[in-house]
Write a protein that binds this ligand. Structure first.
Ligand code: PXP
Length: 245
């Protein structure tokens, strides 16, 4: 059987570029249409507390033009949960958020934030929206996430991506993700992964059998400057499909 990994493309940084000059271009809806045309399975966006890239208008505009599902990344607080309930994307992923961080720096600490998460995400777990949590590849985090009643997790691959770049501890970081994916599978959790993935480092992650979705943003948007968005997505898909066989 051919294993197909779903590919989600995060288009936050199209909005980052737009906001850098306060212009109305590049348009996120145009990016969303190209992502869909390029055969991606979903579009991912992160509405941050400071709206540094995607805002609610973008969210509504994107939902109006796409036919593939949208995966909304949000922090676990009442404001963001209300946005999710208002816009009703097909998927939600809860991520940690610190105001000053440049990007999401790690997984959500479900153990430490268990009570807050329980309070904030219950309403979504009881809705039609498929809810996941972005966590580090760690057994105790998985146990806590399972206890919350969540059915899907996304592994933070940023530490692996850094290790890959520095050429140190790559095997150690890969082992953590592989073993955590196997344990998640034992718990009956669906596994996604993302953060810092590139043409160069994606294959070992895509070849982990239990991982069935990858979300990739920054590298794809950056590479689009040279190759265009469609070509970058198609190339990423080809690399992932080859590794997944
Ligand atoms: N998955 C999650 C949960 C994220 O928060 C991000 C970054 O917003 C990504 C995937 C994509 O990471 P990158 O932009 O580094 O590809």
């Amino acid at each position: 059987m051919i294993r197909k990994i779903r590919l989600g493309i995060n288009i936050d940084h199209v909005a980052t570029l737009r906001n850098a000059r306060g212009e109305n271009y590049p348009k996120v809806v145009d990016a969303a249409k190209i992502v869909e045309k390029s055969g991606a399975d979903l579009i991912t966006v992160h509405v941050r507390e400071d709206r540094r890239h995607i805002n609610e208008k973008d969210l509504g505009d994107i939902l109006d033009v796409i036919n593939i599902p949208l995966n909304l990344e949000i922090a676990a607080n009442p404001e963001m949960v209300n946005i999710a309930l208002q816009y009703k994307p097909k998927f939600i992923c809860f991520v940690p958020e610190k105001r000053k961080e440049i990007t999401t720096e790690g997984g959500l600490d479900v153990i430490k934030n268990f009570d807050n998460l329980k309070k904030n995400i219950q309403i979504l777990l009881n809705s039609d929206i498929n809810t996941s949590i972005f966590i580090d590849p760690d057994k105790d985090q998985l146990i806590a996430t399972h206890k919350l009643g969540v059915k899907t997790i996304e592994f933070h691959t940023g530490t692996y991506a850094n290790a890959f770049m520095q050429k140190t501890n790559v095997e150690k970081e890969l082992k953590k993700i592989t073993e955590s994916a196997a344990f998640a599978n034992e718990l009956g959790l669906n596994c996604h992964a993302g953060h810092g993935l590139t043409f160069e480092n994606v294959s070992p992650i895509a070849s982990i059998k239990k991982i069935d979705e990858l979300n990739i943003g920054h590298f794809i948007i950056a590479n689009s400057i040279f190759d265009g968005l469609e070509t970058s997505i198609i190339k990423m898909r080809e690399i992932i499909s080859k590794a997944a066989k």
